[in-house]
Design a protein around this ligand. Structure first.
Ligand code: HEC
Ligand code: HEC
Length: 416
């Protein structure tokens, strides 16, 4: 225990130094020296049998967890003289400027050592691995939490996420499922069916797994495990099945097309952007939808009401879980005034009074003459706002103002 504490302290001091070194613009001779040293790549720092070059970052396992990282001793010494009080480093800075200006510029090797994240636009480093190799590694490092074949829910609490539930392409279709009752099948959201980018998987594993002893897997090991997870999710790359022998490498990895890659973000830029957005929310493949409760009312709060009932699913490890709502997400319908049929709208919204003798009937010239005589602006106004004499606003319908006017025109035209 005592030893672990010491190591952690040493680590955090090194970490503090390492983090500060990016903040300084000032060129210092010692930093140049460090860059030159780095370009030879020959400076090897060894800690507990592990070797790392200048800028190499090493994360020791402390107390069964990944501890604060160590940086190359020489790189630090380029700025400060370091003496050791037991295992604890003591820094003697060359001058106060460096000390108080928060360090020195990072060396190239240090930047490279930290700049390793994998994103949709920056692929994993070169390497390779097969699903077969990945299965072995999975059983060694992951199965105790993520379960047999990535099924999830291993361990006492059963709280670990599944990494596969079967064929990703089929499961992606479940994302439209709305969960209205606890017994209903809900959307299956695992890596294969749900995630839009494969790069997240690669980096998640490389950087964050196996929990809590993270960052221990080599690049090839990560390729192997990723290949295995792709295999469990029944992936194809360029039409080729990722089977046990499939060799996943950097190039093939960049060819992965996630089934749900279009499931998140509509195109919101450019000429056709609005139509794209409208189409996006119209497509029932998109999920998580909510419908504006009343699109004609402007509001700042509680404007959106889910149209479907939400059920909270209770399960081990999950106290409250709000499933995505997969009802259709409609934007305001396209304005298609040309296709609006006033006769039909009349039949649906007005005829119950105007066609039953309860209100002036279309075609009853005598009845409409005094009404029309008020001037059409007044007639429109009365139709839209209603009257004290029994005409409800818009006839109680949800037609727009323009649509009501169109119906009034239709009535008036045959009543002159
Ligand atoms: C000690 C338990 C444990 C071990 C061992 C472990 N994981 Fe995890 N893993 C977790 C937990 C907990 C999460 C969820 C973390 C979160 O959501 O914040 C997770 C999340 C993940 C995710 C993201 C899943 C998702 O859909 O959000 C992936 C991928 C993953 N782990 C892969 C692996 C791989 C590969 C290994 C083996 C190299 C591994 N894990 C080992 C506990 C573990
Ligand atoms: C619930 C019954 C009811 C419905 C539904 C109804 N009306 Fe009326 N409407 C009346 C009555 C009663 C009057 C006569 C009293 C009046 O003119 O205010 C009237 C009068 C009118 C007038 C003449 C207003 C004026 O200036 O005097 C117009 C125009 C009109 N309705 C249009 C419509 C249209 C268009 C619809 C359908 C969108 C509609 N109404 C639906 C009951 C109804």
């Amino acid at each position: 225990m005592k030893k672990a504490t010491k190591i952690a302290i040493a680590g955090s001091i090194a970490a503090a130094t390492a983090l500060f070194i990016t903040a300084c613009n000032g060129e210092s001779p010692s930093a140049d020296a460090a860059v030159k040293g780095a370009s030879t790549s020959s400076t090897v720092y060894s800690w507990n049998g592990k070797k790392t070059i200048d800028g190499g970052v090493y994360y020791p396992i402390v107390g069964d967890k990944t501890g604060p990282y160590y940086v190359n001793k020489e790189a630090v010494e380029a700025t400060a003289k370091v003496t050791y009080d037991g295992k604890k480093p003591v820094f003697h800075f060359a001058n106060d400027a460096i000390k108080y200006n928060k360090g020195r510029p990072a060396t190239k090797a240090e930047l490279a050592a930290w700049d390793t994240d994998v994103t949709p636009t920056s692929p994993p480093p070169p390497g390779h691995g097969t699903a077969e190799e990945g299965e072995e590694l999975y059983e060694q490092y992951c199965i105790m939490c993520h379960g047999d074949f990535g099924s999830g829910a291993a361990g006492e609490a059963g709280i670990y996420p599944a990494l596969s539930k079967g064929n990703a392409y089929e499961l992606q279709k479940t994302l439209v499922n709305q969960r209205l009752g606890e017994a209903d099948d809900g959307p299956v959201r695992v890596f294969g069916s749900y995630w839009p980018e494969a790069s997240t998987l690669w980096w998640y594993i490389k950087d964050g797994m196996p929990h809590p002893k993270t960052k221990q897997l080599t690049t090839n090991q990560v390729y192997s495990i990723v290949a295995y997870i792709l295999n469990l999710n029944e992936f194809k790359i360029d039409g080729e099945e990722v089977d046990e022998e499939y060799v996943l490498n950097q190039e093939k990895f960049t060819h992965i097309k996630m089934p749900n890659r279009d499931g998140f973000v509509p195109n919101i830029r450019g000429m056709g952007a609005l139509d794209d957005v409208r189409a996006f929310y119209h497509d029932p493949k998109q999920y998580g939808g909510i419908r504006l409760s009343d699109i004609s009312t402007r509001c700042m709060q509680n404007c959106q009401k889910p149209t479907a009932k939400i059920t909270y699913i209770k399960g081990p490890g999950i106290s409250e879980f709000l499933p995505p709502m997969s009802v259709k997400r409609d934007l305001p319908p396209k304005k298609e005034t040309s296709s609006f049929d006033p006769k039909k709208a009349y039949a649906e919204n007005c005829a119950m009074c105007h066609g039953t003798g309860a209100a002036p009937e279309p075609g009853d010239k005598a009845a409409w003459k005094p009404i029309i005589a008020q001037g059409m602006d007044k007639v429109y106004h009365n139709a839209i706002k209603g009257t004290d004499a029994g005409m409800p606003a818009k006839g109680g319908s949800s037609l727009s103002d323009d649509q009501v006017k169109a119906v009034v025109d239709w009535i008036v035209n045959q009543s002159k």
